[in-house]
Design a protein around this ligand. Structure first.
Ligand code: PHE
Length: 476
């Protein structure tokens, strides 16, 4: 059977940007940037995106387009041994597990969207509501809806499902983001927030901050999750991979930067004396406890209805961003099952869906509802030197997102340069791009992927293992 393809380069760019733009860009990035040096962070982040992430992105896309396979198939076909096949397995199991925790978070967002629409903003803004909500039975109704929608999109296939959803949702997302930024900027004290986000503080650029920035850039561009290998396998042979990769990286960066102009002005208009250092690091508490309070406070200006409208608009924006990311990550194991076992898309979706739902339910019950899932184990150390209690959700997050992601990235670079070999990689990129051969970009991409990028990823990997599991951060 002929492999499905995106209808054009733009189709791929929108789908891949849909994958890249997610909760990371909209919420995690602004919080991280404002706490760690503002514009200085933004500049470093942009450097990482183009000089470290883009080469990895091109490697993933080329590997996919060349083999026309999912990551397991690609590693198996070119690797030709057990070790590389194991790496292939890792790069389909990782997205599967990340999909589980990302699904849970997407369900929370959808729940908050539904509640804002239903006029329950006041309840959402109360301090104990988030804890109650994530442990409610209602959650499973929202979960069923999100799964239904995600699978409906995936069932349509590459062109009529993934690409079509991206073609509708991505332009909407950009417009909604611009509208929200424009609105927030009219609020009192908003410019304080924008200033805070944009004033550079270079002295805050420590090793720890740089490590966090790079990890964030990697996650945000959906690297090392097999997504770009899989989406790459649907790119037409005459499309320009370099051009498409730059567009995706640029769009993701643009959304991250614009989100800073949304979140921080909102925070400052709510409380102009806010101490940024006291804002929580976590985007979860930002979205689910802090922002609802800000939205509710708008009622003095625009009434309860107006405030609920703005809240609904914001949660819809984040939901669209999360949905397109969720679709992309589930497509990896789906493609793997279809390629490897020759089953239909529907069969692949149903069997993976069953496993994924089971795990997502376990994760959703691990916030205190079921004791064994909530206190599964303990490791690492808190600031008092006591081992941290870890739930199933924490475990999935720590192992797959924090630890295995940099490892997968590192192995991918080594695989493309030393196993698949530079000349084959170059030949693949050159199809659809006759200026690549002999260009400075070619030299840079080949050199960086074979040398310092894997070294940097190895440092991140070692430091993450040490920080999370031994409670000792090696960087300053
Ligand atoms: N890029 C997404 C974000 O910024 C991360 C992601 C992509 C997560 C794909 C899951 C799947 O949130």
């Amino acid at each position: 059977m002929k492999r499905e393809e995106f209808s054009s380069s733009l189709g791929f760019v929108l789908a891949a940007a849909g994958s890249a733009v997610g909760i990371g860009n909209l919420v995690a990035f602004p919080v991280m940037a404002s706490k760690n040096g503002g514009a200085a962070f933004l500049i470093m982040y942009a450097v990482f995106v183009f000089f470290i992430c883009l080469p990895v992105m091109l490697a993933e896309m080329s590997l996919g387009r060349h083999t026309r396979q999912n990551p397991l198939g690609a590693y198996t076909e070119i690797g030709q041994n057990r070790a590389w096949r194991t790496v292939g397995w890792m790069s389909v199991i990782t997205p599967f597990m990340i999909a589980v925790f990302y699904l849970v978070i997407t369900v929370w967002i959808f729940g908050y969207l539904a509640k804002s629409v239903m006029g329950q903003l006041e309840w959402l803004a109360a301090p104990s509501s988030f804890g109650e909500f994530i442990n409610s039975n209602e959650l499973f109704v929202y979960m069923a809806m999100v799964i239904g929608l995600t699978f409906f999109i995936l069932q349509g296939g590459v062109k009529k499902g993934i690409e079509k959803a991206a073609r509708v949702l991505m332009p909407l997302l950009f417009l909604m983001l611009i509208a929200l930024v424009a609105y927030v900027m009219t609020l009192e004290n908003a410019s304080l927030g924008a200033k805070f986000f944009l004033i550079p503080e270079f002295e805050k650029m420590t090793g720890k901050v740089l490590n966090g920035a790079l990890a964030q850039a990697f996650f945000s561009l959906s690297l090392a999750m097999g997504i770009l290998v899989t989406y790459g396998s649907y790119i037409q042979k005459d499309n320009n991979i370099v051009h498409a990769g730059k567009m995706v990286a640029g769009l993701s960066l643009l959304v991250a930067a614009c989100s800073g102009l949304l979140i921080l002005p909102a925070v400052f208009s709510f409380n102009p004396d806010v101490q940024i250092s006291q804002l929580s690091e976590s985007s979860i508490s930002m979205i689910f406890t802090f922002l609802p309070k800000i939205f509710l406070a708008l009622q003095t200006d625009i009434g309860y209805f107006g405030a609920s409208f703005i809240a609904s608009f914001f949660f819809l924006l984040v939901f669209f961003a999360a949905l397109t990311s969720l679709v992309s990550i589930i497509e990896v194991p789906v493609a793997c099952l279809m390629d490897g076992k020759g089953v239909s898309r529907r069969t692949a979706l149903y069997s993976l869906g069953a496993a994924m739902i089971t795990l997502a339910v376990v994760c959703a019950l691990s916030f205190g509802r079921v004791e064994i899932f909530s206190s599964l184990t303990s490791y690492g150390l808190d600031s008092n030197g006591v081992p941290l209690n870890k739930s199933v959700f924490d475990l999935v997050y720590d192992i797959f997102y924090e630890t295995i992601l940099p490892l997968n990235g590192l192995l991918l670079c080594l695989f493309v340069i030393y196993r698949w070999k530079k000349h084959n990689f170059d030949a693949e990129i050159s199809q659809g791009n006759d200026q690549f051969a002999g260009s400075l970009l070619q030299k840079y991409v080949n050199f960086s992927l074979g040398t310092f990028i894997p070294v940097i990823l190895a440092v991140i990997f070692v430091n993450t293992v040490s920080t999370i599991f031994l409670g000792k951060n090696l960087l300053f």
